[in-house]
Design a protein around this ligand. Structure first.
Ligand SMILES: Cc1cc2nc3c(=O)[nH]c(=O)nc-3n(C[C@H](O)[C@H](O)[C@H](O)COP(=O)(O)O)c2cc1C
Length: 493
């Protein structure tokens, strides 16, 4: 997915005629007065900890635990993992680590790092081609992989042993990790990252006679005693308090089904947004995931407004959208571009407005062309969505969340000072090293550094330096050189 390349739209306004009459500052203030935190009470009923009407979107290649924790520290109440490929999850691939569920990480990382308490609530997003695989992957996510990997694979394929498509280099036996750097999302989101193995594997079908529901029906309940004991730290105690209040903790807040990703089909098998061409198949997936999970685990779905602009695809959207709620999905996040559009051209907020006028009873989060904090309230005020998914607008700009909260509180919006930028850049790098290791953190943080540069008074100089960052030493040197307050000009001369 070359969203970083030529096919991504630079920040531009969405299609929203008449929006100029909406004052986002006044609207945000009113929203903050109407409901606590400006949150639609129906959203709170699903997620009691939700205290602002927005979340950080799944952003493959960006939204790892480091980015999420930084966003939360700036006021983001909820984050989404990048889309994790069901097959990779079932194969035990590194993508699962990336969802920060591997509890043994706790031994490696301190409390405030991934798998600690600072990355919750978190929505776990899955993507895939097969209802049974999706359902089993959803259960694995929800249970945080507490069973042996084989048990999850049995849920998807029956007890015939290792599914044929699992590349044995990646998973020789339970407990063995995928090679460093291999992740589910790599396969999901890179057009040119469709390993031959996966292409071969995609041809394999689960046995036709097998009904995964029979396996789900017989699952033993998860024994809470198997879960690690909470350490006696302050964040853990806070988490325990939240748990007592009914908030989800270590598990995902919702399991989100991705029917939106525009990455091309693999071997004629649909996944992501391609399901919008096949409502029956899409509904099978939605149903399998919903049926596979315990009823108290909320499910949500990510959609695009259609596959393309034909009337047939518009009908498909309606069918899938309505079916999701009929099946018991808590909400849909709707990206108001078509799959064909990928990330090019404006998001059509008129679509969201029309949708909400016809479905006032449903919780919907809107997505597309949310670049600054004001856009969050423009979208809610214009389209009537319950909340907003913030995507490219928060890459290198976690302050968008702080600013949105300031707007809800009727306060002036503040830009990050150089000292604040430095602090966040340091923190993000430190977290990224913890999550990705120094080598990958260097590469990752180059992408972020270029985006962070927009807040600096000499953005071009920052970009040039950021492009050359490899090590922690380089990063610190760049910050020391460029992230210092500009000398104040003395009026006395
Ligand atoms: C680099 C990148 C990666 C993305 N990865 C995901 C993903 O893993 N899951 C998802 O639901 N959406 C993903 N999206 C889509 C965004 O969540 C969002 O719907 C889209 O970017 C439109 O919002 P925007 O125009 O405000 O950026 C991705 C978008 C980008 C740019």
């Amino acid at each position: 997915m070359s969203v970083n390349g030529n096919n991504a739209t630079p920040p531009s306004p969405a299609i929203a005629p008449g929006i100029e009459t909406l004052d986002p500052v006044a609207f945000a203030r009113e929203l903050g007065q109407r409901w606590p935190g400006g949150v639609d009470p129906r959203v709170r009923a699903v997620l009691p900890t939700m205290d602002a009407p927005f979340f950080q979107a799944g952003l493959a290649g960006y939204s790892d635990a480091a980015m999420r924790i930084v966003a939360r520290q700036q006021g983001c109440p909820l984050c989404v993992t990048e889309a994790l490929l069901d097959r990779m999850l079932l194969g035990g691939g590194h993508g699962f680590d990336k969802a920060d569920l591997v509890l043994q990480n706790e031994q490696l990382l301190a409390d405030n790092l991934p798998s600690g308490t600072d990355d919750h609530p978190l929505i776990g997003q899955i993507i895939g081609s097969d209802p049974d695989e999706m359902a089993a992957a959803a259960v694995k996510m929800y249970e945080q992989g507490q069973r042996r990997d084989r048990e999850y694979r049995d849920m998807a394929y029956g007890s015939g042993g290792m599914p044929h498509y699992v590349d044995t280099r990646w998973k020789v036996g339970d407990g063995e990790a995928a090679p460093a750097g291999a992740s589910a999302s790599d396969a999901v989101c890179e057009d040119d990252c469709t390993p031959e193995a996966l292409l071969r594997l995609a041809e394999m079908q689960p046995p036709e006679s097998y009904d995964p529901r029979s396996v789900f029906a017989n699952l033993p309940p998860v024994d809470p005693a198997d879960k690690p004991k909470p350490p006696n730290s302050k964040p853990e105690r806070e988490r325990a308090g939240a748990e007592a209040a009914g908030a989800p903790s270590r598990s995902f807040a919702t399991i989100d089904v991705n029917l939106a990703c525009p990455v091309k089909k693999i071997d004629r098998k649909s996944r992501g947004g391609h399901w919008l061409t096949d409502p029956v198949g899409a509904i099978r997936i939605l149903k399998a995931v919903r049926d596979g999970l315990p009823p108290e685990v909320p499910c949500t779905v990510k959609l695009r407004r259609a596959y393309d602009d034909t009337p047939e695809m518009a009908r498909n959207f309606e069918v899938i959208f309505s079916a999701a709620y009929d099946l018991g999905y808590a909400w849909a996040t709707v990206h108001a571009r078509t799959v064909e559009q990928r990330y090019i051209g404006p998001s059509r907020w008129t679509f969201l407005k029309d949708l909400m006028s016809r479905h006032t009873d449903k919780i919907v989060f809107g997505s597309g062309d949310v670049w600054v904090a004001q856009d969050i309230f423009r979208m809610i005020g214009y389209a009537g969505v319950s909340g907003v998914s913030v995507a490219r607008g928060c890459i290198g700009n976690p302050w968008i969340f702080r600013q949105a909260r300031q707007m809800l509180a009727g306060q002036p919006v503040t830009r990050p000072s150089i000292a604040e930028q430095r602090e966040v850049l340091l923190q993000h790098f430190r977290l990224s090293v913890a999550v990705n290791g120094e080598y990958h953190a260097g590469k990752m943080m180059r992408k972020f550094g270029i985006k962070f540069a927009q807040h600096h008074h000499t953005p071009e100089a920052v970009k040039v330096r950021m492009c050359a960052v490899n090590t922690t030493k380089d990063w610190l040197a760049t910050l020391d050189e460029l992230y210092v307050e500009p000398a104040t000009v003395s009026s006395a001369g």
